[in-house]
Design a protein around this ligand. Structure first.
Ligand code: NDP
Ligand code: ZN
Length: 348
């Protein structure tokens, strides 16, 4: 199938329109017309080569909302016209213990990312959601609950699941004291989801200017990291901290904020961190953990959870022509709170 998208051609040049082919439908494939595609900070990291050399041209995008336009002959769950979604992965081995328990993101044989990864059958590089169409095997396609507004749902597929998964894993419930570091795409979804779980949520931010929005989204408190007094008063306050900072940073600033037995879950920075002082870990049996997106079952769960609780990411709709501009805003941390590409504005 011929399609058009926006691709990066190098780590430093702007994304440009790119005509390419999606694979011929396999028997278990679903062909999707993409309607909306979110822009995640991971797209920027990948395109810029922060995570290593990339196979350019590369079409980013792993927060995908669309509708089914055709299905392979063995597809059971979907039919033409269904509203569907695709997140950060499009394949896995389907037979290891992790895949079998619905944690395909930790597939023992390696997950296949939505873009920039070799297809498990042909070895061709997968291309993501900044495009008019995508073809994905049935098992990695999600159902969009009928009550969700399609134009506002895309960021649930990455920002939503990446924060929902640790909130669930660490058993967040009524009264759990949750801190969220970095109030951006992931951070604002962490707040909305944790508030819906009836946790007591604090936004931990560099910015004085985000106080009002954080409170509006349900945060009980806002802790500005430059306010040393407030930081001191927040020592041992949190059961769980979700850290979404996208760059190398100093964990020693945040670890003392955990209560005894508390856990800081890193979802942002992938790679080296500043030198770690282990004292707060040892003295309070505190833990540092990491977490990668979430499995397919859990991704369906977060879509259904958002529909049930009327939770939406704060989306700013843009045209495909505005992708490069949105990357500049993302780089400056100037996003309120997720850019979403309206694919109907793409000409083919
Ligand atoms: P955003 O840019 O939307 O938000 C990041 C926030 O972090 C900013 O709003 C800002 O919040 C804070 N921040 C930014 N720069 C700095 C800095 N230099 N020092 C301290 N704080 C900073 O990014 P996303 O939410 O889209 O993504 C966040 C990270 O999560 C990225 O690295 C992304 O790759 C990663 N990610 C990880 C996934 C996983 O599975 N683990 C999945 C998806 C994304 P404030 O102004 O409030 O301080
Ligand atoms: Zn993402």
């Amino acid at each position: 199938m011929e399609t058009i998208g926006y691709a990066a051609f190098s780590a430093s040049s702007d994304l440009k329109p790119y005509h390419f082919k999606r694979r011929v439908l396999r028997d278990n494939d679903v062909a999707i017309e993409i309607l909306y595609s979110g822009i995640c900070h991971s797209d920027l990291h990948t395109v810029k080569g922060d995570w290593g050399q990339q196979p350019y041209p590369l079409v980013p995008g792993h927060e995908i909302i669309g509708q089914v336009i055709s299905v392979g002959k063995n597809v059971q769950k979907y039919k033409v016209g269904d509203k569907v979604a695709v997140g950060c992965m499009v394949d896995s081995c389907q037979c290891c213990d992790q895949c079998k328990q619905g944690e395909e993101q930790y597939c023992r044989n390696g997950l296949t990312l939505t873009y920039g990864a070799p297809d498990r059958i042909t070895g061709e590089i997968t291309q993501g959601g900044y495009a008019k169409h995508i073809v994905v095997r049935e098992e990695f396609v999600l159902k969009v609950p009928s009550q969700l507004d399609l134009s506002r749902a895309a960021p649930i597929l990455c920002a939503g699941i990446t924060t929902f998964s640790p909130l669930k894993k660490w058993n967040v419930k009524k009264g759990t004291k949750v801190g969220v570091i970095g109030f951006g795409g992931l951070g604002h979804m962490a707040v909305k989801l944790a508030v819906a779980m009836e946790a007591e949520v604090t936004v931990i931010t560099r910015s004085n200017s985000k106080q009002d929005v954080a409170k509006k989204l349900g945060a009980k408190d806002v802790l500005v990291t430059a306010d040393m007094d407030a930081m001191e008063k927040s020592v041992a306050k949190f059961d769980l901290i979700i850290d979404t900072i996208p760059v190398k940073h100093d964990l020693n600033v945040y670890l003392p904020l955990l209560d005894i037995d508390g856990t800081l879950v890193i979802v942002g920075q992938l790679g080296a961190m500043d030198e770690l002082n282990t004292s707060p870990l040892i003295m309070g049996r505190r833990r540092i953990a990491g977490s990668l997106i979430g499995g397919i079952k859990e991704t369906q769960e977060v879509l259904d959870f958002c529909a049930k609780h009327n939770i939406y990411p704060e989306c700013k709709l843009i045209t495909p022509q505005e992708i490069n501009d949105s990357y500049h805003h993302l780089e400056k941390g100037d996003v309120a709170y997720r850019f979403v590409i309206d694919m109907s504005k793409m000409s083919i």
